[in-house]
Write a new protein. Structure first.
Length: 380
């Protein structure tokens, strides 16, 4: 099947671009973004993903504000054209590659609408390849890029209008693709114990003149099997047509290679940090210590992650959309769908003050913080 992308010299295999190199049903290609106010008064996240071997394109938008979380969910049969990034009223536009992106959610029955533009203030961070196996097959094999920027526009929800000011609204764009568990689990064959403890922490921070990223995966013992660390120069961001954007592969950016240390305090009975320190380390001996103060909480189920009904890659029919909301303090923090979170944080490093989003997903035992079972809370 030929698509618009086949007009570009980008082919990696002797097939049209629309065909995947792998027949793995868990193949995915995702857009992900967040946006948050400097003062933590609101946070929103956006996701859209194409599952070429499942024939599904789904999306989500979710906003936390005033103690409530609002969520828009959408899913459709994936169009044959990969550049068609539309699910009903949800329309994602790449105005310039590695430049401005625009999300429009047109008026619809959920009452959740938006018109938002992201523009970058940094070049792109290429994270390392993330690969995880169980005893039989590859569970995850993913590539990821990150880019820092600002948002402007407006969001409509619950009969209200939120103006998004680019001077006060930070954001991160995250594109990832490869293989990761989506849709229905594998069935059949000889039974195996396919569950593994996975602990993921990810911290992008906007500072005045630079942006930093620290991320890691660990197993139940605290062994760190993957890390990403970067320090990127920050530039003036422009929302205008014809603007010049930061260099995609910025030669002044630094990629560190070393352990990401963490000393976190947890709210007893949950798997959520109430503060702590993230320490970036490079093999050169350089380090950077970042103190975290969380000020707003977002749950990833708002954009489909582990959602019991709107989980990623689930067949919902030719086209389906839905909206929902809940009070943030009335959910079970240890339910599977509520464990994956991000918190807006005020970050401090010496005299520097920054604003970031600290992501945590702790599934299974975790020796460093006294988690003994799959879904127990931290000890008091």
């Amino acid at each position: 099947m030929i698509s618009k992308l086949d007009d570009y010299p980008i082919h990696q295999i002797t097939q049209p671009v629309a065909y995947t190199a792998s027949s793995d049903r868990f193949t995915y290609d995702r857009f992900w973004y967040n946006g948050f106010a400097r003062d933590g008064s609101f946070y929103f996240a956006i996701a859209m993903c194409r599952y070429p071997n499942l024939g599904i394109l789904d999306c989500g938008f979710s906003l936390v504000i005033d103690g409530h979380q609002y969520a828009f969910h959408g899913s459709r049969r994936a169009p044959q054209e990969p550049t068609e990034t539309v699910v009903g009223p949800f329309e994602l536009k790449i105005l310039e590659p590695m430049g401005r992106h625009r999300l429009i959610i047109h008026p619809n029955e959920t009452g959740i609408e938006c018109d938002l533009v992201f523009t970058p203030r940094t070049g792109v961070i290429e994270e390392g390849r993330q690969t995880l196996r169980n005893e039989r097959y590859v569970v995850m094999d993913a590539a990821r890029l990150d880019q820092f920027g600002f948002w402007r526009g407006e969001i409509r929800y619950d009969g209200k209008v939120l103006k998004v000011d680019s001077r006060e609204t930070f954001g991160i764009k995250d594109r990832s693709w490869g293989i990761r568990p989506v849709g229905e689990a594998y069935t059949g064959g000889a039974p195996i114990d396919s569950y593994q403890a996975v602990h993921f922490m990810w911290l992008p921070v906007h500072w005045e003149n630079r942006c930093t990223l620290a991320g890691c995966f660990e197993d139940a013992s605290g062994h760190q099997w993957h890390t990403d660390q970067a320090i990127m120069p920050a530039y003036e961001a422009s929302f205008e047509d014809g603007a010049t954007f930061p260099p995609i592969n910025d030669e002044d950016g630094k990629i560190w290679d070393g352990r990401v240390d963490h000393e976190l305090t947890f709210e007893p009975g949950t798997r959520r940090a109430t503060g702590g320190i993230i320490r970036m380390n490079d093999k050169s001996g350089e380090s950077m210590e970042i103190e975290l103060e969380p000020i707003q909480l977002f749950r990833f189920k708002g954009i489909g992650y582990m959602h019991p009904e709107w989980g990623h890659g689930q067949w919902k029919g030719e086209l389906a959309i839905a909206g929902e909301s809940w009070k943030c303090d009335e959910v079970d923090p240890l339910a599977l769908e509520n464990i994956h979170i991000q918190q807006v944080v005020i970050a401090r490093c010496g005299d520097e003050v920054g604003y970031g989003a600290f992501e945590q997903m702790h599934i299974g035992p975790f020796e460093p913080y006294g988690l003994k079972d799959w879904f127990d809370g931290a000890p008091g």
